[in-house]
Design a protein around this ligand. Structure first.
Ligand SMILES: O=C(O)c1cccc(C(=O)CC[C@H]2O[C@@H](n3cnc4c(=O)[nH]cnc43)[C@H](O)[C@@H]2O)c1
Length: 247
């Protein structure tokens, strides 16, 4: 079983590959991006934000499919902001829903999602059985993970997001992009975040990126034991990564 892991930056990629033995093999993708392959896990640092994440994920998924070895699972992974008090610094969060929290339109009555506008979808729901297995194996907290294009930096914006998404435990910038590309390929998806900072007023000095990267490595040491049984039981391949509302 081959798994694609998409991070934003090289430090996150290296935190993931550090979970596996040996030196990763470097594999060039069309367009020049380079995958780091270790065991059955291929890890790609695709860039910050949903657009870069979607482009990198789509390239890697297409290259693997054309080579006759499609991925069984795509994982968006990295550091993220934690929603207090549920997700403290250093905690892991696995997405029950991957939500495009700022994709839509402002209207006099409030924010309208793209789904409400009739333009597409604003959330993906990973396979619940796989999410439970990953939560049990890694200690990750299951909850919604919001994808935003702008890091939240004020109490007002944090309050608005938690009012609109009361089940949100984390915020990051790539999950929805990975999920959109994965859905286009019929590939199951997961999002796993290690909390480096609190969602709220910007306080760069309080970010604990090193601790979060260490938590990410720990998560990927435990992840394979959860993913292989869940996938071979058919749950991941059958239904994960569905756009919300799909049968
Ligand atoms: O504001 C800064 O000084 C600053 C310093 C280092 C990194 C950043 C980022 O914006 C990193 C964005 C990057 O990390 C993920 N991430 C981490 N925490 C959050 C968050 O609270 N909200 C959204 N994204 C976050 C994100 O997925 C990006 O890949 C800023």
């Amino acid at each position: 079983m081959r798994v694609l892991v998409v991070t934003a930056v090289a430090a996150e990629r290296d935190a993931v590959t550090a979970a596996f033995p040996g030196v990763p093999e470097e594999v060039a993708l069309p367009g020049g991006a380079v995958l780091h392959r270790t065991g059955g896990y291929d890890v790609l640092a695709a860039g910050v934000g949903p657009a870069a994440a979607a482009a990198g994920t789509a390239t890697a998924l297409t290259a693997a499919a054309l080579a006759g070895g499609p991925y069984a699972l795509a994982v968006s992974a990295g550091i993220g902001g934690g929603v207090a008090p549920g997700a403290p610094l250093g905690a892991l969060v696995v997405a029950e829903r991957i939500v495009a929290a700022d994709l839509g339109a402002e209207a006099p009555g409030g924010f309208l999602t793209v789904t409400e506008l009739g333009f597409g979808r604003d959330a993906h729901r990973p396979d619940p059985g796989l999410v439970r297995a990953v939560a049990a194996a890694t200690g990750a907290l299951p909850g919604e993970v919001l994808t935003v294009s702008t890091v939240t930096g004020s109490a007002g914006r944090a309050a608005e997001l938690t009012r609109r998404h009361p089940r949100a435990l984390a915020e990051a910038m790539e999950g929805f992009g990975v999920a959109e590309a994965a859905a286009a390929h019929g590939t199951p998806v997961l999002e796993l975040r290690a909390v480096s900072n609190a969602v709220g007023p910007r306080d760069r000095a309080a970010w604990r990126i090193g601790d979060a990267l260490a938590a990410l490595t720990g998560a990927f040491r435990a992840l394979p034991a959860a993913v292989v049984p869940a996938a071979s039981a058919g749950s991941a391949a059958a239904s994960a990564g569905r756009p919300e509302g799909a049968p």
